[in-house]
Ligand binder design. Structure first.
Ligand code: FRU
Length: 512
C-alpha cells in the first residue's frame, strides 16, 4: 500500500515537472517569437540568407532568397519565394528552386545566390510565342558531396507561370570556368546593345567578371574589375546598375560587392561609382573605401530588375545578419530577416559621388503615434510612447549640447543606444546593453559613422522592429543596420542631452 503511494507521488511529481518543462519551453518559444520583426521580411520558419532573383512582374515584386527548407542553420540551400504588391507586405509561396541530387548519384547541387530576369522578347526560346512574361533565374549551381564543395558554376531555370513552378535548363551549367569558387551571377538587360549582362565574382581573387549574352545560355567574357577597395574578406554578391544623381538628369553606374567591414573581421557591402560603356566598368577616382551600410548586419544586397517606370530609383534589399554569428542568433523558429527595401541615388559631393539610401515609405502601415514640435530636452527625457515595432523621424537642432542620445527598446538598464557626439560629428550605435548579447563573442559591439550636421541640424530616421534597427542619418547619407535581442519588453524610448537641445520635429509611429 505504502509502496503504491510512494510510486503514485513520484509519478505525480514526474508528470508535473514534465508539464512545467513543456510550459517553460512553450514560454521560451513564445518569448523568442518576440524577436520576429513585424514589418521586416522573415520566413515562416527556418534559416534564410541572401535575397535572390528580385524582379517585378505584372503588379508583383518577387523576392527569392537563400533558404534551408530543412532546418534553422545554413544548409541544403534552395530558393525560397515570396511576393508583394507594395514592397511591405509579403505573401509566402512554396520553395521555388530546390537542392537536387545529380545524375552521378554521389553529388548534389545546392541553389546558391543569383538573380532573375523577365525575358519579354523570349531571347532564351524557353517560352511560348507572344508570351511576354517568361521568368529566367540565373543562379550558382554549387555542387557538393555531403556538404563538401566540389564545383561552382552558373545555371539557369525558367518559369512560365510567374515564378510559381520552374524547369531546370537541360544543358546546365551555362557558365563554367573550372573554379571551385565562382558565384552569385547578377544579370540585367542592357538596352543600348540589346544584350544581357552578368556580373559574377571570383571571391578569392576580389574580382568581378562581366559577361554578355544574347540568349542567357551562351556567355562571353567582356571585362574584369577588382583588386581594389576593401579586400579584408572574400568578395560575394556583385551587382552593377545605373543610378540617378540627385538634383540632375545625370546617371552614373554603381558596382556593389559584399565583402569586408571597416571594423576588422566583420562583413559589409562596399560600392564603387563610375561609368559603364556596355563592356567595361571604369570607377571614378576614389581615395577612400566606400561602404553601403556601416552597421554589422547588412549584407548581400541586390537591386530589383524590371521595375516599372514609376520607380525612378533602384530599389535594394539586403540580408540582415553577419556571417560572423549568423548561425547562432537566439531566435528560435526562424533565423534571419531582410531589410526594408531601400531606394538608391547618388549625391555629388566635393569628395566624389556618394550613395544615398532611403527606406520606401511606411506611411500606409503607420499607426497613431507621437508628433512633437520644438521639444526642448536637457538631461533625460522619457517619451510618452512605448513599443517594439515603430518608425522615428527626428530633426534635431544641436544647440549647446555636446552629446545627444536616443535610447531605444529600453527596459530598466537594458537599452540600445544611439549617441551623437557633436564635437567629432560621430553617430554611434551601442548594442552592448541591448539584451541577449552573449550568444556570440563577436556580437556585442559599437558602430560609428561621421555625419556632419546641416545648418546645425541632424536628421535621423530610425526603423525599429523587435530585433532589427535600421538607422538612416541626414536623409540617407549614412546608414547603420544592426540586430538586437532585448530580453525585456517595456520598449521605452528616452531622449538624452548634456546641454539644451531642440527636437524641431519628432514623429514616432507604431508600424503594423
Ligand atoms: C553570401 C553567400 C553567397 C552564396 C550564398 C550561399 O552570403 O555566401 O556567396 O551564393 O551565400 O548561401
Amino acid at each position: 500500500m505504502l509502496k503504491n503511494l510512494v510510486i503514485a507521488v513520484f509519478l505525480g511529481i514526474a508528470i508535473l515537472s514534465c508539464q512545467n518543462k513543456d510550459k517553460k519551453e512553450e514560454e521560451e518559444s513564445t518569448k523568442r517569437e518576440l524577436y520576429r520583426p513585424v514589418y521586416h521580411f522573415t520566413p515562416i520558419q527556418n534559416w534564410i540568407n541572401d535575397p535572390n532573383g528580385m524582379v517585378y512582374l505584372d503588379g508583383e515584386y518577387h523576392l527569392f532568397y537563400q533558404y534551408n527548407p530543412f532546418g534553422n542553420e545554413w544548409g541544403h540551400m534552395s530558393w525560397g519565394h515570396a511576393v508583394s504588391k507594395d514592397l511591405l507586405t509579403w505573401e509566402h509561396l512554396p520553395v521555388a528552386l530546390k537542392e537536387f541530387r545529380n545524375k552521378d548519384d554521389t553529388t548534389q547541387t545546392m541553389i546558391f545566390s543569383g538573380s532573375a530576369v523577365i525575358d519579354s522578347a523570349n531571347t532564351s526560346g524557353f517560352f511560348e510565342k507572344g508570351k511576354k512574361n517568361g521568368m529566367v533565374a540565373i543562379y550558382t549551381s554549387n555542387v557538393h558531396a555531403s556538404g563538401k564543395g566540389v564545383a561552382q558554376h552558373q545555371s539557369i531555370a525558367y518559369s512560365a507561370d510567374k515564378g510559381r513552378t520552374w524547369k531546370q535548363y537541360d544543358k546546365n551549367p551555362v557558365l563554367n570556368i573550372g573554379l571551385k569558387d565562382f558565384r552569385d551571377p547578377n544579370v540585367f538587360w542592357y538596352a543600348p546593345d540589346k544584350k544581357w549582362i552578368m556580373s559574377v565574382v571570383k571571391p578569392l581573387d576580389y574580382t568581378v567578371q562581366f559577361y554578355q549574352s544574347q540568349n542567357l545560355k551562351e556567355w562571353k567574357l567582356m571585362s574584369e574589375f577588382g583588386k581594389k577597395g576593401d579586400m579584408t574578406k572574400i568578395w560575394e554578391c556583385p551587382a552593377l546598375f545605373p543610378i540617378p544623381v540627385e538634383g540632375s538628369d545625370q546617371k552614373k553606374w554603381i558596382l556593389t560587392v559584399s565583402s569586408g567591414h571597416r571594423q576588422k573581421n566583420y562583413l559589409a557591402m562596399q560600392y564603387f561609382v563610375g561609368d559603364f560603356d556596355g563592356k567595361t566598368f571604369t570607377p571614378q577616382k576614389q581615395d577612400e573605401i566606400l561602404y553601403v551600410d556601416e552597421g554589422k548586419d547588412f549584407y548581400a544586397g541586390i537591386p530589383f530588375n524590371s521595375l516599372p517606370a514609376s520607380h525612378t530609383k533602384p530599389v535594394m534589399i539586403g540580408w540582415i545578419n553577419d556571417w560572423e554569428y549568423a548561425n547562432k542568433l537566439p531566435s528560435a523558429k526562424f533565423k534571419g530577416s531582410m531589410s526594408v527595401p531601400r531606394e538608391l541615388s547618388l549625391q555629388s559631393t566635393p569628395a566624389g559621388y556618394r550613395l544615398i539610401q532611403t527606406p520606401v515609405s511606411l506611411k500606409s502601415k503607420q499607426e497613431a503615434g507621437l508628433d512633437e514640435k520644438d521639444l526642448k530636452v536637457s538631461g533625460n527625457h522619457s517619451l510618452d510612447f512605448s513599443g517594439e515595432s515603430y518608425e522615428v523621424e527626428a530633426e534635431i537642432s544641436l544647440g549647446s549640447a555636446k552629446k545627444i542620445g536616443i535610447n531605444l527598446l529600453k527596459s530598466g538598464s537594458e537599452e540600445s543606444s544611439l549617441t551623437y557626439d557633436v564635437s567629432s560629428s560621430t553617430l554611434s550605435f551601442d548594442r552592448k546593453k541591448s539584451g541577449n548579447v552573449d550568444f556570440h563573442e563577436r556580437f556585442p559591439s559599437i558602430e560609428s559613422v561621421t555625419v556632419k550636421p546641416q545648418n546645425g541640424v541632424l536628421k535621423l530616421h530610425l526603423l525599429v522592429d523587435q530585433s532589427v534597427v535600421e538607422i538612416f542619418a541626414n536623409d540617407g547619407e549614412k546608414v547603420m543596420t544592426d540586430m538586437v535581442f532585448p530580453t525585456k519588453h517595456e520598449g521605452k524610448i528616452e531622449l538624452v542631452s548634456d546641454g539644451e537641445v531642440i527636437f524641431k520635429s519628432l514623429a514616432i509611429h507604431g508600424i503594423k
